[in-house]
Every structure is written in structure tokens, then in C-alpha cells.
Ligand binder design. Structure first.
Ligand SMILES: Cc1cc2nc3c(=O)[nH]c(=O)nc-3n(C[C@H](O)[C@H](O)[C@H](O)COP(=O)(O)OP(=O)(O)OC[C@H]3O[C@@H](n4cnc5c(N)ncnc54)[C@H](O)[C@@H]3O)c2cc1C
Ligand SMILES: Cc1ncc(C[n+]2csc(CCOP(=O)(O)OP(=O)(O)O)c2C)c(N)n1
Length: 592
């Protein structure tokens, strides 16, 4: 500290503000425009800096860290290319409601607008992909802005924020304002408590239901562990069936008796049919995404809809709510459970008997079924075995994007919130591995596995070097089908089976790749060897790439093709093997 007690340089202010906001880890990559901050990082020991290999990696690490801890993830990048490389994780965090603070270096204030070396308009570029952003030109405002950045990132609907700090501001000396004295933006005061009359109207509608369903989402996880506990209590006292989006998995346990499985494009038949035929839908912290609704004008045509959401812009955005309730899931569920217990003492769950009979028939359809094989590892089987061998451990799962992601959602049973990290809204290939590193940084002794595809993993594979440097024993479990499987599936089913550029011809040797980075490589291609190989992966206390060679052309079902209704879903036994057998690439070559 220089000068009087609260006089500091901008770089010192950054570090002090991070400490005062409880930050213990930051993910970053240096460059000219952030060197004063890196100099301060060098001179302290309270905050651990994790050196990534690409700024995209820093962002996804911060996301995984945030989602698995409930805290804010922090990333630090330089100006120009450092900032532009951060755009993908910022947009990813925006779409999935993940709290991130991204600090970017900027050219000195005197050079802004002069096409200076590594200058870009960071606030302009990141405005649409952040919840809020700032360019700080006065060192005396720096501390207040950083404190406000943390408040905005984590309150209300969580999201990413950017604080852009010119280099001369990092060098300048100014006054440090502690969080308690920092000014706040009065216009941003998210409403947490739900309107009691609206909650009463919802309870009354729920009591009158004969075919109810709870549709829960990522907002329950965002709200914290108490919201998940209250969700479980609500299901218990109402006896309602419950489904969840991809983002909400774990808030209600997969082993729970009222669980219908995930809904949506690759959701279970029973979940989607229940959504289609219900008379009262209770949407809790979900946003009626198009992967959920399918064709909007055919979405759940005969139901009354209750929608709980903290973001007013989510309500009535895609689907009209009959009973909107604005506020935090946890606060609203607390009131809803209390009101239900008071008003519905005489509630007779047998009014739902016919509904549960219909659900049992849909369940019997066994919509996740697949053809087992003794010769080749089916991808679904690989996830089932991975689940069985890791479920009793302290395990966190992340994914990349594609078929493997959907099979993970279908076949890995999540019992608790914050154990499942996936890129839902943006669907970012390359998310899963850095996210897993972020999780492992926060949970050093836990088992952290990235379920990956052979194409996705190549998008951020350079972070193996980061995992090795920090002794982070993250496991990459690749379902290697040699294709961009999800793209191939769509081409097969919706584009005349012309497999345009979805086949990877020059696949790396993943075992050697792991070894080249100083990690461990394991390969397996026989169902009979799988358990032993997975056990070996679990036992290794170093980063592992597990090359699980699976059936090349398996498809992920059920599937609601884009623009179709819930009751028009394709089921596994309705798919044609013949089309797969006739697959050709752009040069007319037979690929099977
Ligand atoms: C290849 C692929 C396939 C996919 N297929 C499926 C699929 O089959 N099924 C599926 O479900 N998804 C699928 N997805 C994911 C999908 O794109 C969406 O990301 C997901 O459905 C959105 O989940 P959500 O509605 O829970 O919203 P989130 O994005 O998690 O949003 C949460 C909502 O809750 C609100 N909220 C946040 N915090 C709070 C709080 N404290 N209190 C109250 N409200 C809060 C937010 O304002 C927001 O409206 C797929 C993605 C990919 C990449
Ligand atoms: C960055 C990015 N580019 C392109 C896509 C489009 N995309 C979605 S899934 C997919 C294929 C994924 O292949 P792979 O990782 O091998 O997984 P698989 O589907 O085979 O399980 C592609 C290209 C994307 N989601 N993200």
C-alpha cells in the first residue's frame, strides 16, 4: 500500500477489491495491458491465480467454478485479443445465468480511439453478452465499480459482467473504498419475495388440477441449496410429477419416485407427454426455451401455466403465463409450501390417480432403450457404467456439446444440485474440459469428469497443460465415435443422409496426446474391459484422457425434430438402421 491507509494504485485497488469480495481464485492470462495487475498478483498470496492456455479456457473455468460453488467466478485477460477471446464464455454465462466477473486490461485512456496496439472496443463488443459492463477512467471510481460488479453478477438473475481497466488507471494512485461504503446503482434492486396473492392464486390452481406437472429449471439451482430442498418438499406434499430442463438436473433427485426424467428435444417420452397433456403446469425457474416447447402453437395446448422467475423479461417472453410470480425461487417456494400446508390440509392425492396411470403407460414405452452389444461399446452403456462406478463417490460431471451431452443427461442420475455443469443455452463445444478444471480448483479432492465427444474435446484441449501444471486430476471421458455425432444425426434424419463434413478423418491418438501433455492416456474398445478401465481412470491421481471407442453411428433418442410438437417425438424403435447403413460422405464414399 502506498501513501495513507486507503491510498493505493489502481492495480492494488483491484487486488484489494477482489479480496474484499471473498475471491480466492482467478483464472487468467497476462498481456501488456494488465501487467500492473499481474505485478500485484506476484506480490501477494491470498488469491491463487490459475494460468490458462487460452482466454476462452479462463472463462469456462470460471463458469465451472461458479456453478459448482455458488460463488462468483473471476477471470482476468489483457486488452484486444485477450478480451475478444473472452466473448464466447461471456455469452455462454449470459445464456446459462452464471455469475462471472471478467476484468479486462485496456490501452491507456489517452490512446483510446487511436487504433492503439491491442486496442478494441471491449465495452462495445461485450455489451450484448454481459449483464452490465464498465470502462473505468478514474482510479477513484475503480473500487466502487468492482464491488458493484460483484453485486450485479450474483444478484437477481446471475450473469457475467465486464470491468475494463485502462493501463494508466492501473498505475494511477487513488482512494480505495471498501464494499460497505461503495455506491450502488439504485435502479437495480431485484425483487426476491413473491406476491402473496399470486402465490395464493397458484396454490388454488394447483389444488384444482387433475393432471398437474412441475417443470423445473436452472433457476432452482441458481437460487441455492435451500430452493432444491423446498422443491423436494413441494413435490412430496403435492404428489405432483416433476420433470426438469437440462439446466435444472439434480435439483430434484433422479431416484425420486415422482421423477419423469428430463424433458425437451431429447427428454423422456413420459416427461414430454405429461407436458403436452397436463392441465396445470408449474414452471419453476425455467424459461420455456425452444428445445423445451418445440412448435410453440402446439405446446401444452390445454394447460394453465404458473411461471416463477426472477427476471421480468423471462415472463411472457415465449409462453403466456396465467399466474406469473416474480421473485426468487427459494423465497417463493417457502411461501408456496407454507400456503399449501395451510390451505390444502384436506388435499386428496387420489384425484391424480388417472393421471399417474397415463404416466405409467408412457413410462412403459422405455424411451431411452437402446440395442445392447457384446462386441462394441454402446455410448449409452458407457455412461451407465460410468454412473454405476462413480455414483457413490464425491463426483462432479461436466460435458462438452453433442450426443454425449444428451446421453449424459439421460443416463447419469443426478441426486444433488451443482454437480452437473453443461453448456445449455449457447451449446459451446469446448466448454466441458475447462469447466471441469474450474470445478477441480474449487474441489481439490473430488472426482471431476468431463464427458466429451471426440470433436468437442479438440476445441480446448490445450488446457491439459493447465491441468498438469496445477496437479488437477481432471478426467476426460471421450465417447469417441469418430464423428461430430449430433451433426451427423441431424444430417442423417433431416438432410437426406448427406454427411457433409461431419466425419473427422485425422483423429489424434488421444492416449499419446495425454502423455505428450504429461497426463495419463487410457483406451478401451471392448464392453468387457470397460469397468476395469473406468476403475483405472478413477484410481489415477493425475489428469486422464480416456478414449472410449464407441459404436460410430448410434443415434440419440428420443428426439423431437425442430419445429415439431411434443407428441411428435421420434422414439428409438422408429429410427431406421437402413439409412445409417447407406451413409455417404461428400465424395460419395461409403462410411460404414
Ligand atoms: C445439443 C443440445 C441439446 C439440448 N436439448 C435439450 C433438451 O432436450 N432438454 C432440455 O431441457 N434442454 C436441452 N438443451 C438446453 C437448452 O438449450 C436450454 O439451455 C435449457 O433448456 C434452458 O434451461 P432452463 O429453462 O432451465 O433455463 P436457464 O437457462 O437455466 O434459465 C433459468 C431461468 O430461471 C430464472 N432464474 C435464475 N435464477 C433464478 C432465481 N434465483 N429465482 C427465480 N428464477 C431464477 C432465469 O431468469 C431464467 O429464466 C439442449 C442444449 C444443447 C446444447
Ligand atoms: C463451438 C461450436 N461449434 C459448432 C457447434 C455445432 N455442433 C453441435 S454438436 C456438434 C458435434 C459435436 O461432436 P462431438 O464433440 O464429437 O460429440 P458427439 O455429438 O459425437 O457426441 C457440433 C459441430 C457447437 N455446438 N459449438
Amino acid at each position: 500500500m502506498s501513501g495513507t491507509e486507503n491510498q493505493m494504485t489502481g492495480a492494488e485497488i483491484v487486488l484489494q477489491a477482489l479480496k474484499d469480495n471473498g475471491v480466492e481464485h482467478i483464472f487468467g492470462y497476462p498481456g501488456g495491458a494488465v501487467l500492473p495487475i499481474y505485478d500485484e498478483i506476484f506480490q501477494q498470496e491470498d488469491i491463487e491465480h490459475i494460468l490458462v492456455r487460452h482466454e476462452q479456457g479462463a472463462g469456462h473455468m470460471a463458469e465451472g467454478y461458479a456453478r459448482s460453488t455458488g460463488k462468483v467466478g473471476v477471470m482476468l485477460v489483457t486488452s484486444g485479443p485477450g478480451a475478444t477471446n473472452a466473448v464466447t464464455p461471456l455469452q455462454d454465462a449470459l445464456m446459462d445465468s452464471i455469475p462471472l466477473v471478467c476484468l479486462t486490461g485496456q490501452v491507456p485512456t489517452t490512446l483510446i480511439g487511436s487504433d492503439a496496439f491491442q486496442e478494441c472496443d471491449t465495452v462495445g463488443i461485450t455489451r450484448p453478452c454481459t449483464k452490465h459492463n464498465w470502462l473505468v477512467k478514474d482510479v477513484n471510481e475503480l473500487a466502487g465499480v468492482i464491488h458493484e460488479a460483484f453485486r450485479i453478477a450474483q444478484s437477481g438473475r446471475p450473469g457475467p459482467v465486464v470491468v475494463d481497466i485502462p493501463k494508466d488507471v492501473q498505475f494511477a494512485t487513488g482512494t480505495y473504498t471498501p464494499p460497505s461504503a461503495a455506491p450502488i446503482q439504485k435502479s437495480y434492486q431485484p425483487k426476491l419475495q413473491g406476491d402473496a396473492n399470486q402465490i395464493a392464486a397458484a396454490v388454488s390452481l394447483m389444488r384444482s388440477a387433475r393432471r398437474p406437472v412441475i417443470y423445473s429449471g436452472g433457476g432452482v439451482v441458481n437460487s441455492g441449496p435451500e430452493a432444491s430442498r423446498l422443491l423436494r418438499e413441494l413435490v412430496e406434499i403435492t404428489g405432483f410429477p416433476i420433470t426438469s430442463t437440462l439446466m435444472g438436473l439434480g435439483a430434484y433427485p433422479a431416484s425420486g419416485k415422482n421423477w419423469l426424467g428430463m424433458l425437451g428435444m431429447h427428454g423422456s417420452y413420459e416427461a414430454n407427454m405429461a407436458m403436452h397433456d397436463c392441465d396445470v403446469m408449474v414452471c419453476i425457474g425455467a424459461r420455456f426455451d425452444d428445445r423445451i416447447t418445440g412448435r410453440l402453437n402446439a405446446f401444452s395446448p390445454n394447460s394453465k401455466k404458473i411461471h416463477i422467475d426472477i427476471d421480468p423479461s423471462s415472463i411472457n417472453k415465449n409462453v403466456r403465463a396465467d399466474v406469473p410470480i416474480l421473485g426468487d425461487v427459494g423465497a417463493i417456494l417457502e411461501d408456496m409450501v407454507r400456503q399449501w400446508r395451510a390451505a390444502a390440509k384436506d388435499y386428496d392425492k387420489t384425484v391424480q390417480n388417472d393421471w399417474w396411470t397415463s404416466i405409467a403407460k408412457w413410462r412403459a414405452r422405455n424411451s431411452f432403450a437402446y440395442k445392447a452389444s457384446d462386441d462394441v461399446i454402446m455410448p449409452q452403456y458407457a455412461i451407465q457404467r460410468l454412473y454405476e462406478l462413480t455414483k457413490d463417490r464425491d463426483t462432479y460431471i461436466t460435458t462438452e456439446v453433442g450426443q454425449h451431452q444428451m446421453w449424459a443427461a439421460q443416463f447419469y442420475g443426478f441426486e444433488h444440485p451443482n454437480r452437473w455443469m453443461t453448456s445449455g443455452g449457447l451449446g459451446t463445444m469446448g466448454y466441458g474440459f475447462p469447466a471441469a478444471i474450474g470445478v477441480q480448483v474449487a474441489h481439490r479432492d473430488s472426482l471431476v469428469i468431463d464427458i466429451a465427444g471426440d470433436a468437442s474435446i479438440q476445441m480446448c484441449i490445450q488446457e491439459m497443460s493447465c491441468a498438469v501444471q496445477y496437479n488437477l486430476p481432471v478426467k476426460i471421458f471421450i465417447l469417441n465415435n469418430q464423428y461430430m455425432g449430433m451433426v451427423r444425426q441431424w444430417q442423417q434424419l433431416l438432410h437426406g443422409n448427406r454427411l457433409s463434413n461431419s466425419y473427422t478423418e485425422a483423429m489424434p491418438d488421444f492416449v499419446k496426446l495425454a502423455e505428450a501433455y504429461g497426463g495419463v492416456g487410457i483406451a478401451c474398445d471392448k464392453p468387457g474391459d470397460l469397468d476395469g478401465a473406468i476403475q483405472e481412470m478413477i484410481d489415477v491421481k493425475r489428469p486422464v484422457i480416456f478414449d472410449c471407442r464407441v459404436a460410430n453411428l448410434a443415434n440419440c433418442f428420443p428426439m423431437i425434430p425442430s419445429g415439431k410438437a411434443h407428441n411428435e417425438m421420434l422414439l428409438p424403435d422408429e429410427a431406421t438402421d437402413e439409412a445409417v447403413a447407406n451413409a455417404i460422405d461428400a465424395k460419395g464414399r461409403q462410411l460404414v
